[in-house]
Design a protein around this ligand. Structure first.
Ligand SMILES: C[S@@+](CC[C@H](N)C(=O)[O-])C[C@H]1O[C@@H](n2cnc3c(N)ncnc32)[C@H](O)[C@@H]1O
Length: 516
């Protein structure tokens, strides 16, 4: 295995987009935690360990005002990011091939630095290099997003990594071959009831959840020399030593303790304000296995709603689904939350008219007499439960889809749809209105490609041909469908659903528009 400070370089990673990394959400998470976010006017965003670059390139397409830089030590990764930058015609993104200890000195300061899938998988010395980069390049008031494997969620699974890695080291071949061999061994000893698995039934079940994952992902997850799961307090302590304060976490609901832990564990949050204590409590009560944490250098507190409006009123709130009705139920893992009541009915009525900033919501006559803090709190809880979404610009009200041929507006999205079609993984389509991207399945992406190239008539037949040519099967209830009539029926239903639900959503976000 070739390594860069113990990190594998002989197998390329997979492309992926993670909505938690979008500046619009990072700014919102800061605001929610009463910290002034960096300005949205000219975002400077540095992604460390960007892999194939799908995050920073998609974000660059979604925010032409900003400047986005991705760094990775693996030249195969940065070459793919460069290819996507060129194909999408992006002039505000660049990929840098370098390890964290040797970044170009002229990178300047960034309002956002983000690293996903890196911190737990590198050597301690590399983590120190990352911190040095953050110290040098994070602007005052800037935000750092760091994700990592967390304790105690990994406690009972940690030996799986040990088994996979120890077996893989003994095998021949590249990292892909080694991880496949190691996985086969893992399944074998689990199926033969090795005592570790009978003593740890959840670890036995976990084997099923990784069996079907892409071997490239598994190689990067399990075969590096270093692999550490951290307690929140350890990471917060390390960040504190370089002057970074914990701000909050993503996804948004993890900032609300009543949405993370069951009622019997909530008393501590009412009586303790020390985040080191409450976050640890949350992680134990929820058995957290992965965290996305936000840190800031020299954060400015936002004590009141007025201060929030002064610093962050460019964030817009809209309905996630324009047809939304109450009650709204969200399953958030540990907690299932149901939203209902007069205040939310009023908010839904207001936002059915289209997205708007908090100040416009507060000044709506329908909310006269309701305390601004209560409205802001309800809006935030609505975002946490997926009722509302946060965007860079106001999304229009639910409109009708133009009765004309449709086009994919951004060249970046067109290039993605053409290159990544039916690749077996979701594709995230950038929206300049929302400032982030909407992930859709590869099958839906192929429908959108067909719709925008050949129109609605004959779309099902063209999809059928495309699927046959690519060898990509379709399934009903997880069983492959081979009967031609049944295939046509399924594809017709899928095409109708895409046109009825997905297309209006993409039009509203400005991802699709009438072709001139
Ligand atoms: C698991 S991948 C995550 C990629 C991407 N962030 C994602 O989530 O799709 C970790 C990435 O960090 C890069 N990396 C590891 N050590 C590095 C180092 N010392 N300097 C720069 N990049 C490094 C690897 O090449 C790899 O692309």
């Amino acid at each position: 295995m070739q390594t860069a400070a113990g990190y594998i370089t002989d197998v390329s990673y997979l492309p992926g987009f993670y909505p938690n990394m979008a500046p619009v959400l990072l700014r919102y998470a800061a605001t929610l935690n009463r910290i002034a976010p960096p300005s949205a006017e000219r975002v400077r965003y540095l992604e460390l360990g960007c892999g194939l670059g799908r995050v920073f390139t998609t974000l660059a397409a979604a925010d032409p005002r900003g400047e986005f830089v991705g760094v990775d030590v693996n030249p195969h990764h940065t070459a793919i990011a460069e290819r996507d930058i060129a194909a999408g015609g992006l002039t505000n993104a660049r990929a840098v091939t370098a390890d964290f200890a040797n970044l170009p000195h002229d990178l300047g300061q960034f309002s956002f630095i983000a690293l996903h899938g890196v911190y737990s998988w590198v050597a301690e010395e590399v983590r120190s290099q990352i911190l040095a980069v953050v110290e040098r390049h994070l602007a005052p008031g800037g935000l750092l997003l760091v994700s990592y494997n967390a304790m105690p969620g990994w406690a009972h699974l940690q030996p799986i990594r040990g088994i996979l890695r120890q077996y893989a080291v003994l095998r021949q071949g590249d990292s892909l071959q080694r991880i496949r061999d190691a996985l086969a061994y893992l399944v074998y000893i689990r199926d033969k009831h090795a005592r570790y698995f009978t003593d740890n039934p959840r670890a036995a079940a976990y084997v099923d959840s990784i069996k079907s994952l892409d071997a490239r992902y598994l190689a990067h997850e399990y075969l590096n020399d270093h692999w550490t799961s951290f307690y929140f307090a350890d990471v917060a302590g390390t960040m504190g030593r370089v002057g970074l304060d914990y701000v909050g976490s993503l996804p948004v609901h993890t900032n609300f303790w009543d949405l993370c832990v069951l009622p019997e564990f909530q008393e501590l949050f009412r009586t303790t304000s020390n985040r080191l204590v409450t976050e640890a409590h949350k992680d134990f009560c929820a058995n957290t296995a992965f965290r996305w944490d936000l840190y800031s250098r020299q954060p400015t507190p936002l004590a009141t709603v007025e201060e929030r409006l002064a610093r962050a009123d460019d964030l817009c709130f809209g309905l996630g689904n324009p047809d939304q009705r109450l009650p709204h139920t969200a399953n958030l893992g540990i907690v299932t939350s149901t939203t209902t009541g007069a205040l939310y009915e009023t908010l839904l009525d207001i936002l059915r008219g289209g997205g708007r900033p908090l100040s416009a919501i507060l000044s709506d006559r329908a909310l006269a007499g309701v305390a601004p803090a209560a409205v802001a709190q309800a809006v935030d809880a609505g975002v946490a439960t997926g009722l509302f979404e946060v965007t860079n610009h106001p999304l229009p009200a639910a409109g009708t889809v133009p009765d004309a041929p449709l086009k994919v507006v951004l060249p970046f999205n067109r290039a993605l749809l053409a290159a990544d079609i039916l690749a077996g993984r979701p594709i995230a389509l950038a929206s300049t209105l929302s400032g982030t991207a909407t992930p859709i399945s590869d099958l839906d992406a192929a429908f959108i490609h067909e719709l925008t190239h050949g129109g609605r008539a004959g779309m099902v037949e063209r999809m059928d041909r495309r699927l046959n040519e690519s060898g990509r099967g379709i399934e009903r209830d997880r069983n492959p469908v081979t009967d031609p009539a049944e295939r046509t029926e399924l594809l017709t239903q899928a095409a109708d659903a895409v046109c009825a639900t997905l297309v209006p959503q993409l039009v509203r976000k400005g991802i699709l528009a009438a072709a001139e």
